[in-house]
Design a protein around this ligand. Structure first.
Ligand code: ZN
Ligand code: ZN
Length: 350
């Protein structure tokens, strides 16, 4: 077990003059890094972990440390071999060890909690009007959910695990320490299935197709997401379900163009209205409004209709609409109209 060339100070990466808390700190850092549970199947990490433990056992004990400082590893060889005190429980001034390990393993215990179900992502297409007003739409979704009959446990009945006596953890020797580990027989649950659930044949989950109402608030845009907590896949072994994310996409509109919270709409006007000015009708997402066109309006001129754009999703503040004037030149005019326009042309020329 003990490597004859091992230098305990070197193993922990500390100086000979290191104070007890520095030794502990170095040990803690290295033990975390090389712990076999964090490096499964890594022989080098396992060897390193053993060396770290061995070094710490000596250097954290003032008596053994001074023997080691005087005689090197020879102090522990021969009749008083290192293996000798390995069998004893740790009581050599190892007060820090329990803390270190409760700390080290708190992370593992969490990992062995029943896993949460996966998050699901689905898409929903809405019209620009629906994005503007907000909408509630049904979607149909097939997903794995926790079995209702057994609440995801997979068991119709269960009994206490004999290996861990229902505690969910087992003690294991790891170098010089006895560590608490999740029980492999019951996966840390403390219970084993004695009779499988009939509804799910022991799997704990079932496939369910449901229609879910998705509420899209006013102001949604392509890429906006709606999150429905707990509507994702069911958790395993009683773990919580995941969430459902609905990614919205807003269909292009034939008439209105959207740019963020602004709406643009082309408004055709006659050459007469453009020249003389007048009341014109402008479509908005809220219905048609009447706008006064000033005389002498050029084609392409934009008029702002304040607050007629898309509301901001969070603040509710409305964007604006822009009416873009398009002058329509008359075609296929009658002889009478042509004559009248010729008169206008003459007057215009003067
Ligand atoms: Zn068990
Ligand atoms: Zn079941």
């Amino acid at each position: 077990m003990s490597t004859s060339t091992q230098d305990y100070y070197g193993t922990l990466g500390i100086k000979k003059t290191a104070a007890p808390d520095e030794i502990k700190k170095a040990y803690r850092r290295l033990a975390r890094k090389h712990h076999p549970d964090l490096n499964p199947g890594d022989k080098a990490a396992e060897k390193k972990f053993k060396e770290i433990n061995e070094a710490y056992e000596i250097l954290s004990d003032s008596k053994k440390k001074s023997e080691y400082d005087q005689f090197g590893k020879a102090a522990f060889e021969g009749g008083h071999g290192f293996e000798g005190f390995k069998t004893q429980d740790h009581g050599f001034g190892f007060s820090g060890a329990d803390d270190i390990f409760s700390d080290l393993f708190s992370g593992f215990r969490q990992e062995h909690a029943p896993p949460r179900g996966t998050d699901l992502v689905t898409r929903l297409s809405i019209s620009l009007e629906e994005a503007y007003n907000g909408v509630t739409k049904p979607i149909t979704l097939t997903r794995e959910v926790s079995c209702k009959a057994c609440r995801g446990s997979g068991a119709e009945s269960s009994r206490s695990c004999s290996q861990c006596k229902g505690s969910g953890s087992v003690k294991q020797n790891r170098g010089v320490f006895r560590l608490s580990q999740p029980c492999p027989a019951c996966g840390g649950r403390g219970k084993v299935i004695s009779k499988a659930c009939k509804a799910c044949r022991g799997s704990g989950s079932s496939v369910s197709t449901d229609t879910i109402k998705v509420k899209s608030p006013p102001g949604a845009d392509t890429g906006s997401k709606v999150r429905l907590r707990g509507m994702g896949s069911g958790g395993v072994q009683g773990g919580p379900p995941g969430d459902l994310f609905i990614e919205l996409s807003v269909k292009p509109h034939p008439e209105f163009k959207r740019e963020g919270s602004s709406i643009y709409v082309d408004v055709p006007v006659t050459i007469i209205d453009a020249t003389l000015g007048g009341k014109i009708k402008v479509p908005t997402l809220d219905g048609t409004v009447t706008m006064t066109l000033p005389p002498g309006t050029d084609s392409g001129k934009k008029f702002k209709l304040k607050g007629k754009g898309i509301p901001h999703r969070k603040s509710g503040t409305r964007g604006d609409q822009f009416a873009v004037i398009k002058i329509i030149v008359p075609k296929n005019i009658s002889g009478k109209t042509k004559k009248a326009l010729e008169e206008v042309g003459k007057a215009y020329g003067e």
